[in-house]
Design a protein around this ligand. Structure first.
Ligand SMILES: [Zn+2]
Length: 434
C-alpha cells in the first residue's frame, strides 16, 4: 500500500509560464517501513545471537525458515538500502515533532543495522567511525595524563602503601556482600528502587519482573525484556559482589533503568501509537547508548548521593552484615574511581584500532581500572565481541546527564529531573538527537 502525496506548484505571476502542474511523490507509509525493518533485523539476528536483545512484536514477523549456511548479505543490504531511501522520501513537513523524531530515529537505527551487516561481511571501521555509525555518538578523547592525575589523587586518599590498584582491591574486600546474604540485600535494593520510581511514574498495572542468580556470563547483570511489561533480571554471581552493586544493579537493570525504559517504550510507542519498530531492540544500535546511558544515570535519579549513602548505611550495610563506619570514605573513593572509567574507552580504542596489543590493553585496564591481570585479559575478550559498545555506558550516561541538566533537571530540582528522565525514556531518542 502506498501513500500518495500531491503537491500543487504555485501559479507563476509570469504570463508565459504554464498552468499549475500536479507533481506526485509516493512514499511507503512509516508503519510498513517499520515492519520491513523489524523483519530484516530479526533475519540478521539469525546469524549472530547478540544482535536481537529483545523482541516482543508479532510472532508472524519472525523468520519462518532456518538460517542458511551463509549470510544472505546482498538481499539484506538491498532491503536496508530500500528502507533508507524510502525514509528519506518521507514528507515530514506536516508531521508533529514526535513523528519527525520517529523518522529520524528509524533512519539512524537502519544505518546501524546496515553497518553491523557490513562488519559481519568483513568491513573494518576505526573505533570512532564505528561508534558514530552504530551508536550515533562521538567518543571524547582524553590524554592519558588526565587519568594519571586522577590516579595520584586516589593514591593520596587510599589507606596503606604501595601499588594503587592492589591497595584498592585489598581495601574494597571489606565491602563484599556475603553470598548467603546476596538475595536479601538485592531484594531490599530493588524494592526501594521500585518504590522510589513508582512515587514519580505511573507504570502499567501488569509491570513485573523476576530475579535469577546465574554464573558463567561475560556481564554482571542483564535485563531480558519479554514484553507485556515483564523483565527477567539476571545477576551474575561468578565474582564477589560489592555492596554498592546492589543499588547499581537494582536501578540499572530494573528501576528506573532498563525495565522501566522497556515498559514505557512498549506502553507508549508500541501499544498506544503502533510504532512496531520499537518492539525490536537491536543491541548494536543508537538505542543502546540511550538504554545504557539512562540505566546508569537513573541510579542518581532514584538515589541522589546523600539519600543513597543514608539508605546504604541504615538498611543495606546492616542487611549485608557490614560495618557502615567506613561507608563515607568508600563512596567518596568510588566516585573518584568512577571518573577513571573513561580510561577503559581509551584502552578499547587503542586496542581495536590495532595500536596496542591485547597484553598492553590489559595492562592499561590494570593500571587505570584496577583490574587484576587475568580479569583484564578477559575484558579484552569482551572488547573483541562488543567492540565500541563500551562507550554506551559512560559516554551514554554523560550525554543523558548533560541533556537532563541543560533542561533544568539538576540535583537541586529532583522533580524536574524525574519528569525529564521519563520524557527521555518514552520518546524516540538517539545521542545526536539529545
Ligand atoms: Zn545495561
Amino acid at each position: 500500500m502506498k501513500k500518495t502525496l500531491t503537491y500543487f506548484m504555485a501559479a507563476s505571476i509570469w504570463a508565459c509560464t504554464p498552468a499549475p502542474q500536479e507533481q506526485t511523490i509516493t512514499s511507503v507509509p512509516m508503519d510498513e517501513l517499520a515492519e520491513r525493518y523489524v523483519k530484516t533485523v530479526l533475519q540478521l539476528g539469525q546469524y549472530d545471537s547478540d544482535i536481537v536483545d529483545a523482541y516482543y512484536g508479532p510472532e508472524s514477523w519472525k523468520p519462518t525458515t532456518a538460517p542458511s549456511d551463509t549470510l544472505p548479505a546482498n538481499s539484506l543490504l538491498k532491503e536496508l538500502q530500500t528502507i533508507t531511501q524510502e525514509l528519506a522520501k518521507q514528507d515530514t513537513a506536516g508531521l508533529s515533532q514526535l513523528e519527525k523524531r520517529r523518522v529520524l530515529m528509524l533512519q539512524k537505527q537502519v544505518l546501524a543495522t546496515k553497518t553491523k551487516l557490513q562488519m559481519m561481511q568483513g568491513e573494518k571501521y576505526s573505533f570512532d567511525e564505528e561508534a558514530n555509525l552504530l551508536y550515533d555518538a562521538q567518543p571524547p578523547q582524553q590524554p592519558l595524563s588526565y587519568y594519571d592525575g586522577l590516579l595520584q589523587q586516589i593514591d593520596s586518599e587510599l589507606p596503606g602503601k604501595g601499588n594503587v590498584a592492589e591497595r584498592w582491591n585489598t581495601y574494597r574486600k571489606q565491602f563484599e556482600i556475603p553470598k548467603q546474604k546476596l538475595d536479601t540485600v538485592f531484594q531490599a535494593a530493588i524494592t526501594e528502587a521500585r518504590k522510589r520510581t513508582l512515587a514519580h511514574y505511573k507504570l502499567p498495572a501488569n509491570e513485573n519482573f523476576t530475579v535469577e542468580y546465574v554464573t558463567d556470563k561475560p556481564w554482571s547483570g542483564y535485563n531480558y525484556f519479554k514484553g507485556n511489561g515483564y523483565s527477567l533480571i539476571q545477576i551474575n554471581t561468578d565474582f564477589p559482589i560489592n555492596i554498592e552493586r546492589a543499588i547499581d544493579l537494582a536501578c540499572h537493570e530494573g528501576y528506573p533503568g532498563h525495565h522501566v525504559f522497556n515498559v514505557l517504550l512498549e506502553q507508549e510507542l508500541v501499544n498506544e501509537r503502533g510504532w512496531k519498530e520499537f518492539s525490536v531492540y537491536p543491541l548494536f544500535s543508537p538505542q543502546s547508548l540511550i538504554a545504557e546511558g539512562s540505566a546508569n544515570y537513573g541510579i542518581q535519579v532514584a538515589f541522589p548521593a546523600q539519600e543513597r549513602l543514608q539508605f546504604e548505611k541504615e538498611v543495606l550495610f546492616p542487611l549485608a552484615g557490614l560495618n557502615p563506619k567506613e561507608a563515607d570514605r568508600y563512596y567518596a573513593l568510588l566516585e573518584k574511581i568512577g571518573k577513571l572509567n573513561f580510561a577503559g574507552n581509551e584502552a578499547a580504542r587503542l586496542y581495536l584500532d590495532g595500536k596496542i596489543t591485547r597484553d598492553q590493553a590489559a595492562d592499561m585496564l590494570v593500571k587505570y581500572n584496577f583490574y587484576e591481570k587475568d580479569k583484564a585479559l578477559q575484558r579484552t575478550r569482551f572488547m573483541d565481541r562488543y567492540r565500541s559498545y563500551v562507550i554506551n555506558y559512560n559516554l551514554g550516561q554523560e550525554l543523558v546527564r548533560q541533556h537532563i541538566e541543560r533542561n533544568g533537571g539538576t540535583s537541586g530540582n529532583p522533580e524536574k529531573r524525574w519528569e525529564l528522565f521519563r520524557e527521555l525514556l518514552s520518546n524516540p531518542n538517539t545521542a545526536s538527537m539529545l
